[in-house]
Design a protein around this ligand. Structure first.
Ligand SMILES: Cc1ncc(COP(=O)(O)O)c(C=O)c1O
Length: 959
């Protein structure tokens, strides 16, 4: 084996350790363990047909050669994607920093204060720029944010409107085509009638509940919508506005002219285009609509000591609690990208952002004048960054296209032959000259080189923003790189990520996100490309994506893959829509029942409802397995309307159920399709596949199984893989031919979050068939090793027929409540004192912890984790037998901050040493939790979702 063999770096345990672990588990070989774990009828008979794994160096060369096939032109296409300068201090210390990119969604608030603050900054920034009152911490992209706005407006209908089945949304035809397309996809199953038309034709009848407009609109025109908003509000119709965040630094924000919802993309705030993503959409609304907001909201609260702390607010709206009744279906969002955009705001401050906006406008205005002098007609009356030209008779747009490509530039070409130019932060003096050269040459005219930046072009007074924004201290403090660096580091030190210790979150697969996989993300050849450039400028991307689609098809056994969905939940939705399109094509569009086991993740029922389906819950037996008889009964009962079964495999209970093949057969027998939730693919790759179990569609969480990091709550990539009969229904794209011709788009970009696909590509190329299979085997071994070590003290809730678990386990904790008053939450918080992130809390079974170690953790780390939990068990025992107080004990008071432990006063019945260093090895690598236990309810009672507001200071001084 070569010294730079990647498999050996990705997988944690060494050979000798594997032997010890097998012995501890009670088997003589990996093969024996796998035989006892995975039912033989679904096991592969042959190895995966993928290439051999490459060494890190070989892969580096390969990806470098693909990068060289991408051409980075200056792109002025606009349409929601703009070149931007990622400040190097943010690139290096956030995007390239594993503390930021390997952390998980901040469910455990006490060890997530850094990213919570970064996201609160993001929320504050977008509220300030849009002039709105409440924001969430990101959505998947602008087009899906538009769909969320539409659904939110529907949910806000008055009782009278609901009773009269008011169902029309008026959509301005001048929104991005990709936004229209996603709106179409999302409207149909919910029975919403979309009227896409010129806004001048809007008819505010009694059937209308909402209006969607864009500011500036898709031509680049800045329109005064105040009259429209007034008219809509007179009829109780809500107005949602897609806005360009940068423009709002100099344009009157929609919040000031009465918008109810404002959303858009924050991409041009320092987040590279990346051939379509990932980027963070923002979403804001009036405070009165807070309970109907989609997505995660970060809010201010107090910890148990009365200190300021942050946490996710109003979680009872969300699908993990509300399931099919959830407000929206956002689990993984775009946290890392929102964090970057928020830091961009912190670093630039209001004056920097205004300066960028003014410069963009100055250049656009200057070009408008100069190009007009060449005989073209500029068509926008008022604009921010985008100008649109009608060509003189003797100029063809093909000439402009050809000349621009010769000079390595891309413009936007409208269907009627007009040409658009969108200026961005990076456009410089030379670029202006090159743009002029193209237009001059095409018109056979002369032009002059530009020696100075154009300046002083004013926005029409009618539209010019007068209000101040981003006045909070955080946006006015960090201007030098030193200061910014220290601020980022200050936040970073408050969070636990994979750089500290294993994150054993069940169902989340927190494996290694290897450095070699991450490197290409910083290369301009991958991140500097606009998603709508001619495909021949992105040959490297397409070669990579073709191979990736093939490899993922091989791994799943399916016929083809759509890379478009931006999260697991988005994949579920896309998959169910594909199934529906299939039924419809066979004249069975009435099939609208989806069977979902009671143990399913909350996104499953929420996705089903979004897809217009009715959820019928199927039971699990006392062993945690899906009750096959109940499936049969319900499938038969609904045989005429059965659309699908949604099943997670291996189950969310961490078990390979042997009845899976029969279950899929039953569904097929009654005309349904099987959707497999691929969150647990880490236990399948190379050993079995969705196709082998009998599924028709599955999504993959590339941000779990295939090494894309979680970024503190996103990005995610949730491609769907489908069997042959469903390929023709995979989602298409209105602008780019993405190889599929089926349902309308489910995301804004044709290939979803294309830039991070390089991570999965690297993972598969370096692991190869054998490495991927080994990873699965070791993931199963690691899990069974932990299960063996903890079963005596805690108990493992569910195991398979041979007493084995798959790649994760549910740790029983419920009995401690009766014996000692200790809850699963106390255990989770106490683990923080030991330096660990808690396992998944109370999912899928309330009162338990679900542990998934992944293959990347070494035996040493697994042993430390086991030690920690067994030590916590002893602490519980001490309470049970009366050696520790029932209230004043290390668990109830956990986590312990440095401030508490080092305070002059110590009034607890246990020692400081026991509080902070319960085991010897903790001293070597102590993580000091920045806040004590967070009070969630207080924060929800006093909702504050922006930073530095006077209300915050007032509230913090109250009880
Ligand atoms: C079983 C299961 N299904 C679906 C999802 C949703 O995936 P995503 O967060 O990418 O939307 C999760 C996420 O944790 C999950 O565990």
């Amino acid at each position: 084996m070569s010294h730079d063999n990647f498999v050996n770096r990705h997988i944690g345990p060494r050979k000798n350790e594997i032997a010890e672990m097998l012995e501890a588990v009670g088997v003589s070989s990996i093969e024996e363990l796998i035989e006892q774990t995975i039912p033989s009828n679904i096991r592969f008979k042959k190895p995966l047909k993928l290439q051999e794994g490459l060494s890190e160096r070989k892969y580096y060369r390969k990806i470098l050669s693909l990068a060289a096939k991408n051409k980075v032109f200056n792109t002025y296409i606009g349409m929601g994607y703009y070149d931007t300068i990622t400040p190097a201090v943010i690139l290096r210390n956030v995007l390239e920093n594993p503390v930021w990119y390997t952390s998980y969604t901040p469910y455990q608030a006490e060890i997530s204060q850094g990213r919570l603050e970064a996201l609160l900054n993001f929320q504050t920034m977008v509220c300030e720029l849009t002039g709105m009152e409440i924001a969430n911490a990101s959505l998947l992209d602008e087009a899906t944010a538009a769909a969320e706005a539409m659904v939110m407006m529907m949910n806000l209908r008055s009782r009278k409107m609901v009773k009269s089945r008011v169902n029309v949304v008026l959509v301005d035809e001048k929104m991005w085509p990709q936004t229209h397309d996603v709106l179409r996809t999302r409207a149909v199953p919910l029975g919403i009638e979309l009227k896409i038309q010129p806004k001048e034709e809007f008819d505010f009848t009694e059937e209308v509940f909402g209006v969607l407009i864009q500011y500036p609109n898709s031509d680049g025109e800045v329109v005064d919508y105040s009259g429209l908003v007034e008219k809509a509000h007179d009829r109780e119709i809500k107005v949602a506005v897609a806005a360009d965040l940068l423009s709002l630094a100099i344009l009157i924000p929609p919040g000031e002219w009465g918008a109810d919802i404002v959303f858009g993309s924050s991409q041009r705030f320092g987040v590279p285009m990346g051939y379509g993503g990932p980027h963070a959409a923002f979403f804001t609304a009036k405070e009165e609509f807070k309970r109907s907001m989609p997505g995660r909201i970060i809010g201010v609260t107090k910890d148990v000591h009365g200190n300021r702390a942050l946490r996710m607010a109003l979680q009872t709206r969300e699908q993990h609690i509300k399931r099919e009744k959830a407000t929206s279906n956002i689990c993984t969002a775009q946290a890392l990208l929102a964090t970057m955009a928020g830091f961009f705001g912190v670093y630039q401050g209001p004056e920097g952002i205004k300066m960028i906006a003014e410069r963009v406008h100055d250049i656009a205005a200057f070009l408008a004048l100069e190009i007009e002098k060449l005989g073209y007609k500029q068509l926008n009356l008022n604009f921010f960054d985008t100008i649109r030209f009608a060509l003189p008779k003797h100029v063809k747009h093909e000439d402009i296209e050809w000349l621009s490509h010769e000079l390595e530039m891309n413009f936007r070409y409208f269907e009627n032959g007009e040409v658009g130019i969108s200026i961005d932060e990076t456009t410089n003096r030379e670029d202006i000259s090159w743009i002029l050269e193209v237009f001059a040459k095409a018109a056979n005219k002369r032009w002059q080189v530009i020696h100075e930046y154009p300046k002083g072009f004013k926005i029409n007074k009618r539209f010019a923003r007068k209000s101040a924004f981003m006045t909070q201290e955080v946006f006015n403090k960090y201007r030098s790189e030193t200061e910014m660096l220290r601020y980022i580091k200050k936040l970073e030190h408050k969070d636990i990520s994979l750089t500290h210790s294993m994150i054993s979150l069940g169902s989340c697969t927190m494996k290694l996100n290897a450095a070699t996989e991450m490197l290409p993300l910083s290369w301009i050849e991958f991140n500097g490309i606009h998603p709508f450039v001619p495909k021949n400028q992105a040959r490297g991307y397409h070669e990579m994506m073709e191979e990736l689609r093939r490899d993922l098809s091989t791994i799943t056994g399916m016929a083809d893959v759509s890379l478009m969905p931006n999260s697991g939940a988005a994949g579920e939705y896309a998959g169910l829509m594909v199934i529906h399109a299939y039924h419809k094509s066979r004249g069975e569009g009435n099939r609208n029942i989806v069977l979902i086991p009671s143990s399913a993740h909350g996104t499953n029922p929420a996705s089903a409802v979004m897809a217009g389906l009715k959820v019928v819950v199927v039971a699990c037996d006392e062993k945690g397995n899906i009750d096959l008889e109940d499936v049969r009964k319900k499938a038969e009962e609904h045989k005429d309307s059965l659309s699908a079964l949604m099943v997670t495999y291996p189950s969310t209970h961490g078990v390979f159920e042997s009845s899976i093949v029969e279950m899929c057969e039953v569904i097929h027998q009654f005309g349904g399709q099987v959707y497999m939730d691929g969150a647990n693919m880490n236990a399948q790759v190379g050993l079995t596949s969705p196709k082998n179990i009998g599924a028709d569609v599955c999504h993959l969480n590339l941000h779990k199984t295939f090494a894309i990091p979680h970024g503190g709550g996103g990005p995610g990539v949730g491609p769907i893989a489908v069997a042959e009969h469903l390929v023709e229904f995979l989602p298409s794209h209105p602008i780019m031919n993405n190889g599929h011709i089926g349902i309308n788009a489910v995301a804004a970009a044709p290939w979803g979050s294309a830039s991070v696909l390089t991570i999965t590509y690297g993972y598969i190329k370096m692991m190869g068939a054998q490495g991927l299979t080994e990873a699965t085997e070791i993931a199963i071994l690691n899990a069974n090793y932990i299960a063996k070590a903890l079963e005596k003290n805690f108990g493992i809730l569910y195991t398979g027929e041979n007493g084995r678990i798959a790649h994760e386990m549910i740790l029983e904790c419920r009995h401690f409540r009766a014996t000692s008053g200790i809850t699963e939450e106390d255990i989770a918080k106490r683990l923080m004192d030991y330096g660990f992130h808690a396992p998944t809390l109370s999912f899928p079974v309330h009162g338990t912890l679900m542990i998934e170690p992944t293959e990347s953790e070494s035996k040493g780390e697994l042993d430390r984790f086991i030690d920690a939990l067994n030590s916590i068990f002893d602490e519980i025992k001490a309470i049970e037998i009366g050696d520790s107080d029932k209230e004043d004990n290390v668990l109830k008071n956990a986590p312990h901050t440095a401030e508490v432990v080092s305070a002059d006063k110590w009034e607890h019945a246990y020692s400081r040493q026991k509080a902070a260093y319960p085991l010897e090895w903790i001293k070597e690598n102590k993580f000091w939790v920045p806040v004590g236990r967070v009070d969630n309810a207080w924060g929800d009672r006093h909702l504050i979702c922006t930073c530095g507001s006077p209300e915050e200071y007032e509230l913090m001084s109250q009880d």
